[in-house]
Design a protein around this ligand. Structure first.
Ligand SMILES: [Zn+2]
Length: 272
């Protein structure tokens, strides 16, 4: 079963609180599953980069694991078209789009693709110093294309709208790879102090060190920090020695290192 099918089946069979918060450019559902009770305190989102689809399966494990308190919306596959394109190839997009995508990609092997199925990198499509990143591109690409405007992609717009609706107290975004955690985006020092406490809890739970991303803008985490003024994290799961896209053989290690991370974060936020 492909990653997206696995997520879909899990969603269909899930008996708790669940919600389709939008659709992708190709009309695939964007799934959200809530674990825990009470006001949602967090959002944990996965697979915004196509070739990092393995994180969607980590998300399902996080849901199965549950929380010790609080509640979290889990968004296991925020870029379903991209994940399918990467895993299963160009046959997953409508016929009329295939030739253009192959041209953008420079061939039929989409295994390193990061964008959605329109060549927009969703994680540089958010209104947070949009378009000023050092690696930003201004034309459709396998990665780093910012789009024609912030939130022009249906998937990033849906994630943005859903986040505003939920009003989370933190967000965490799961990527591969590098075994490191990014946690700031120009927040003032008073908020840095607050956010660092959570970052350290996340670091302790995963064993991954904290890092500073230089010249990276327009990400979901960046927008959460800048506009919502909440702590937000990007976790790069999986060792750097692994090759993109991480295969299912890497999943046991990802789970082992990261299984308790979301529960831990929720616990620390709930104390406040
Ligand atoms: Zn990524």
């Amino acid at each position: 079963m492909s990653i997206f099918e696995e997520v879909s089946t899990f969603f269909e069979n899930y008996r708790g609180d669940k919600y389709v918060y939008g659709t992708s450019e190709e009309g695939r559902p964007l799934f959200a599953i809530r674990v825990g009770r009470g006001d949602a305190v967090g959002i944990s989102q996965y697979a915004i980069h196509a070739r990092e689809g393995i994180t969607a399966l980590l998300g399902l494990e996080h849901i199965r694991r549950g929380l010790k308190g609080g509640s979290v919306w889990f968004l296991p596959c925020t870029n379903p078209d991209g994940v399918k394109l990467c895993e299963e190839g160009v046959g997953t997009v409508p016929e009329e789009n295939r030739a253009a995508l192959i041209k953008i990609n420079g061939g039929r092997d989409f295994s390193l693709w990061k964008a959605n199925a329109r060549g927009v990198d969703l994680n540089v499509n958010f209104p947070a110093k949009w378009g000023t990143g050092v690696q930003n591109r201004t034309f459709p690409s396998p990665e780093s294309y910012i789009g024609t405007a912030p939130l022009c992609a249906k998937e990033s717009r849906a994630l943005y709208d859903f986040t505003l609706k939920v009003q989370p107290r933190f967000t965490v975004s799961w990527h591969t790879k590098g075994e490191e955690i990014y946690w700031h985006f120009h927040q003032p020092s008073i908020r840095k102090l607050r956010d660092r406490k959570l970052a350290l809890a996340l670091s302790e739970a995963t064993g991954y060190p904290l890092r500073e991303a230089k010249g990276s803008v327009g990400g979901y985490k960046d927008w959460c920090i800048e506009t919502l003024k909440i702590p937000a994290f990007t976790v790069e799961a999986g060792g750097n020695a692994l090759k993109h896209p991480l295969g299912r053989d890497a999943l046991p290690m990802l789970i082992q290192k990261n299984l308790d991370a979301v529960a831990r974060l929720t616990e620390v936020v709930s104390w406040k």
